[in-house]
Design a protein around this ligand. Structure first.
Ligand SMILES: [Mn+2]
Length: 304
């Protein structure tokens, strides 16, 4: 039987990571052979959950090119493959609006606009009555909360709320777990700041836009203390990728606001227009939560 490689994107966030692990488990439990393939560095949230519960990271895949079939979770992007052949992709599970199906000519698609791809994967266990392991359950639960900003983002649906509750009851998950996880990812001491920005940086080749994103408890303090470092980090990324438009969106999970930092005239003008914000000393504040995946379509439309 051909083994299926289940992967997301390089430097995965918790949503991609949990899906790649749990979906491989699902495929194995319904009679396939599947293996999780993780590329790059996991985020602080992942590291927190893995060490808090003493979970084991998936066994390293030595020759990913040996695999004939790939399942792609939480992604429908070519960049995600890190050199793997898009023709080998047999299945895509994603929750992004902009999914170009032509990129994966041999894949079947499940693209549904829920808050987290983890919701789609967890639902498969629930609906098919397949036993879910504790590790996958915890990771999917964390991913639903992380991807929906504590179930508060505009992208949150009832399906996310229902599956989060189902997971919570099933594994008797402690009340403070999500708080602890968010605190862990808010720790950007020293060089963790630069790493954190780089880890959750998205570059969109077609439009030549780069958007960094942080989701933390203490955005205001961080900007007060370390704005210049953040700006120099953006400048390095701008040079490295030769980017036209670059900015960072810092979400404050405590006060439910976005802080934007941008230095270029072009970035500021366009963000002010589409988000109805005002930059002062390279920083702008927007009340309410807005995620990168919501901002990108607005930006693309404005640039057309
Ligand atoms: Mn996701």
């Amino acid at each position: 039987m051909k083994e299926i490689l289940v992967t997301c994107y390089q430097n995965p966030d918790l949503d991609g990571f949990s899906c790649a692990i749990a979906y491989a488990e699902f495929l194995n439990k319904i009679g396939n052979k599947a293996k999780t393939f993780i590329q790059g560095n996991p985020t602080l949230e992942i590291k927190f959950l893995m060490s808090y519960f003493n979970f084991n990271f998936p066994v390293e895949v030595k020759n990913s090119n040996d695999y004939e079939s790939i399942a792609l979770t939480d992604s429908s992007d070519l960049n995600a493959l890190g050199g793997l052949d898009p023709k080998k992709v047999v299945e895509v599970i994603d929750h992004r609006k902009y999914c170009v199906k032509e990129l994966f000519p041999n894949a079947k698609f499940q693209v549904e606009l829920v808050g987290a791809a983890a919701t789609l994967v967890a639902e498969k266990f629930k609906e098919n009555n397949i036993e879910l392991s504790h590790q996958s359950g915890i990771l999917l639960y964390g991913a639903v909360y992380s991807n929906t900003l504590n179930l508060k983002s505009n992208t949150t649906t009832d399906r996310d709320r229902i599956i989060a509750k189902w997971l919570k009851n099933k594994f008797n998950i402690e009340k403070d777990l999500i708080q602890k996880m968010f605190l862990a990812k808010s720790n950007l001491k020293g060089e963790l700041l630069g790493k954190g920005i780089r880890n959750d940086f998205a570059y969109f080749k077609e439009t030549n836009i780069g958007v960094a994103q942080l989701e933390i408890f203490n955005a205001q303090e961080l900007i007060g203390d370390r704005k210049e470092e953040i700006i120099s980090c953006l400048n390095i990324l701008r040079k490295e990728f030769k980017i036209d438009l670059i900015f960072i969106s810092i979400i404050d999970l405590k006060i439910d606001q976005n802080f934007f930092i941008a230095t270029g005239k072009k970035e500021k003008e366009i963000l002010e227009k589409i988000l109805k914000i005002k930059f002062k000393n390279n920083v702008a504040i927007r009340k309410g939560l807005i995620m990168r995946k919501e901002i990108i379509p607005l930006l693309v439309k404005e640039l057309e």
